[in-house]
Every structure is written in structure tokens, then in C-alpha cells.
Write a new protein. Sequence first.
Length: 298
Amino acid sequence: MAKTRALKRRIRSIENTRKITRTMEMVSTSKLKRAQELVSGARPYAQALAAAIADLMTPELAERFPLLRRPVPPAKGGPSKAAVLLITSNRGLAGAFNANLIRMARARVRELERTGYTVDLLAIGKKGIKFFQYARRALAVARMDIGDRPTAHHAMEIVQPLMAEYEAGRLASLDVVYAHFKSALSTPPATLQVLPVTTDGATDGRTGGPSVANYILKPGADEILGSLLPLYVRNQVYRALVETAASEHGARRTAMKNATDNAGEMLALLTRTFNRARQGQITQEIAEIVGGAAALQG
């Protein structure tokens, strides 16, 4: 009897857990759709900015804009400080999503430190912040207020001081570690170099090759480029924020679906075990009744 009561309690517990995981899966599916729309809007804009900058940029102009200039290594007198921006989520229950991002950020920090740089680590998201606080790693920036609804204003707040540092010659590079949203099932961690600005691979969508433009520019290319470069840097950070938000929902939906499926399998196993135990108990009770009746008749 005690065994069947324990099995019933465990079955009820798993049923309640399955209801929670199924609800979380549905919520993540709903949020994922909205996040995918933001990603779909941010990517073409970033590609168009990159193509426009590639069209305008010449070797002469590249030397005039600090955001395009390649700093010299620290050993040759260049800036000794680099920055790594890590974007994670504020919540867990998303499988290895945050752990993979943290692992990639640590690898990038170690790589920069081996080449002689002092690394400023900036963390967006509670999971990354808590990990590095536990590891006693100082953070230049720690923000948990962005969550899964980033805006262009958030991106500007994050990257504006870093652009000023880079233009002043005190920062060598800025790398962003984020989750690249390929699909709801594929959200691998990635590293994006934001500073210095590069437009490698900018292509014309109609031909698939390097874009070739013949423009009459007014104002001049230098004025247009001066306006586009900060906009492009902010958009790169914004794109990393929205892709990570979408990836978080995709990873959580997958994790919760797996948890719901596993709970269903456990329920099926426990239900069979409970039925067998109950059947054995009933058989024993019938045998006792029959034995008692036979004793009375004897």
C-alpha cells in the first residue's frame, strides 16, 4: 500500500511539472515569433549599411576616420586595452544556451590576453554577470535591465562610450559574443568584431559579387561616411542583442519541449509500474479473502 501511495504522489508531481514545462514552451513559442520579426528587420538594414560603406570607402578616406583605422599592436606602441561584450539572458531553463556563450567569451578573453592586451569585459544579462562575479572577474559594465526586448537606444547606450574610447586611441578593438540565430533549433554562439569597422564580404544582393556603384554624391563621401559609421556600429550591437533574444526563446522552447517529452515518458513508465503494483495488491487481497472463506468452511 505504501508503495502505491508513493507512486501516486510521484505521478502527480510529474504531471504538475509537465504542465509547467508545456506552458513555458508555449510562451517561448509566442515570444519567438516576435523576436524573429526583429531579427528579420535588423539583418537587411545592417547589410545595406555595410554595402553603402563599402561603396564609399577608399584608402584615403579610411585613414581619415578613426573607426576605420587599424590600431598597431601593443608591442609597437598601440593601445593596450581591448573590450569584449558578452550578451546572455536574464533567465535560465534554456539548456546550454548561456554556458556556451560564457565559454566562448572566456576563450576570446584568454586569446586577447595572450597577445598582450588588457581586456575590459562588459556583460549584458544576469547569467553572464553572475558567472563572472562568482569567478571574481571585474566587469567594466554589468547590465540586467535590457532583457529580451532590446532597443536601438540600448545599443547606443552600450557602444557610444566604446566608440569614444576607440576614436581617442585608448581602445584597440571591440568584440561582441552573442548567439547567432540561424533557426529555432540552431543558435550557435558567435564572435563579431565591431571595432574597427570592417565591411569584408559586403556584396550586391542582385549580383552576388562586390557592389560597384557610380554615384554623384552630395554632400561628399566623407560627410556621408562620417554619419554612416557610428550608425553602422550601433546597428551591429543592436543586431547582436536581438539575435541573442531570439536565440534565447528558441533554446528555451527546445529545452522545455524536451522536458515535456521526458515527463511524458516518465509518466507512462510510472503509470505501468503503479498499475502492476495495484494489480498485485488486488490479487493478494482476493487470495486472502478466498483463504479466509476456505478456513471458515473447513
